[in-house]
Write a protein that binds this ligand. Structure first.
Ligand code: GDD
Length: 418
């Protein structure tokens, strides 16, 4: 039997998702109409012999997370539970802390994945690849190809081209190491805990020494990438399975729009019922929708509209996420933007952002997780309206971030509106 563990992080992570992460924990932000985390969970639930999915993070359990877990359990008919770390223990520390729960029932192997990745999740292929590589290794890493410049933002893997063994692993190197990058999706046997345990013991000695000499409390963090993969590389313990399918990180709100596009495309095969259909007498929709609308509006491509959204006549929306309860009044235009919960865009208003899509001419390009500011100014990016923002009629809001509950009275460009 198998298990799956998803690392969901905690409140101080997800800062590039502000102001949207003020309202929901980042893993529950909707991507292609469902919480980001649901895509990972659905992929895990489809693997035969999957017995349990465990979420590990340092969020305080709250109603939203509990509701999400219980509805996902019911829908997918698989046990899902949340284990809370007492502090951020790192990508290896959390699983080590909860190793007894992970190993209970004796899983033959377990998947581990970051919650903030969007992927076709080739989990069954990884499982087959793992079985083909005998019993003596302890893990398979999912890898994909990136271009040379962008590879520096990821964990980089050097492989043996014949055997796919991981020969070197360097996390976010400062100079080029390899164009194969770590996707943050792994398959491990229980042997991985022996290796994390060795690092844990060593760190423990150092922590005690440090406390005795300097009186300083050191955190118990273990990073899977720097502390484990780097050491295990070259010991025939790790292998890399390379995927040709889509994969992207979801670090910023802009990357959520890009990830939505990737998932909406996948819905044509995987979940056609989630896509809006175009029938005679209904508006033209290229994307997905939760509600029924009347004629005379053009929505899409790549649009997801939350429940309870009101859309007036003559409205144009594309490359955007409109969250539940929002009101788009007649003839307004929303492009490359996220409209927050219960926000209103007035008549003939224009809310517009700059897409941060990967270079379409480079097959290996990934989305850039730009910093918020460059050269002293706000980096042109998608426009984000926090929740309950009011945009009056006939104004233009471009490349701006509007914090929740703002009532704007004029046009704005390239600003964070506090
Ligand atoms: N539970 C828990 N989760 C954590 C912790 N720290 C990070 N995470 C979760 O682990 C994932 C990755 O965390 P980051 O620390 O933000 O790393 P990264 O910059 O995304 O890089 C990682 O992912 C890349 C692929 O997206 C990899 O290329 C890279 O090697 C690395 O694994 C996220 O889902 C985050 O929420 C922790 O202390 N506890």
């Amino acid at each position: 039997m198998l298990k799956a563990i998803i690392l969901i992080g905690g409140p101080q992570k997800g800062t590039r998702f502000r102001p949207l992460s003020f309202e929901v924990p980042k893993p529950l932000f909707p991507v292609a109409g469902v919480p980001m985390l649901q895509h990972n969970i659905e992929a895990c639930a489809q693997v035969p012999d999957m017995k349990e999915i465990i979420l590990i993070g340092f969020y305080q359990p709250n109603d939203e997370l509990n509701c999400f877990i219980s509805s996902a359990q019911q829908e997918l008919k698989i046990p899902i539970r949340y284990l809370q770390e007492f502090a951020a223990l790192g990508t290896g520390g959390g699983i080590y802390h909860f190793r007894d729960q992970i190993l209970s029932g004796g899983p033959a192997a377990f998947f581990l994945m970051n919650a903030d990745v969007c992927s076709e999740f080739p989990l069954q292929e990884m499982l087959r690849f793992h079985r083909q590589h005998g019993k003596n290794h302890c893990g398979v890493l999912l890898g994909t190809t990136a271009n040379r410049t962008q590879s520096l933002n990821y964990g980089c893997i050097v492989e043996n081209h014949e055997t796919n063994e991981v020969l070197h692993f360097v996390e976010k190197p400062s100079t080029f190491v390899s164009d194969i990058i770590n996707c943050g999706i792994y398959l491990f046997t229980q042997d991985i805990f022996g290796h994390i345990g060795t690092v844990f013991q060593r760190n423990q000695q150092e922590r005690i020494q440090e406390e005795l000499t300097n009186g300083k409390q050191m955190p118990e963090v273990i990073r899977l990438e720097q502390d484990i993969f780097t050491t295990l590389a070259g010991q025939k313990k790790l292998f890399v399975y390379k995927t040709q399918h889509f994969w992207s990180q979801i670090k910023s709100a802009g990357s959520a729009i890009y990830a939505s596009r990737l998932y909406l495309k996948q819905y044509h095969q995987a979940h056609p019922e989630r896509l809006a259909t175009n029938q005679d007498g209904t508006p033209k929709i290229i994307g997905m929708l939760h509600e029924e609308f009347s004629l005379n509006k053009l929505l899409g491509p790549n649009v997801s509209i939350g429940k309870g959204v009101t859309i007036g006549g003559g409205v144009r929306v594309r490359e955007s996420i409109v969250l539940h309860g929002a009101v788009l009044q007649d003839h307004c235009c929303v492009l490359n933007s996220i409209v927050g919960w219960d926000s209103t865009v007035g008549k003939w208003a224009r809310v517009e952002g700059t897409p941060s899509d990967p270079n379409p001419n480079d097959p290996y390009a990934k989305i850039d997780s730009e910093t918020l500011f460059r050269d002293g100014g706000l980096t042109p990016s998608i426009t984000i309206l926090g929740c309950s923002v009011n945009i009056p009629s006939e104004v233009i809001i471009r490349n701006s971030i509007v914090l929740p509950h703002k009532d704007l009275n004029r046009s704005f460009q390239n600003q964070i509106i506090l």
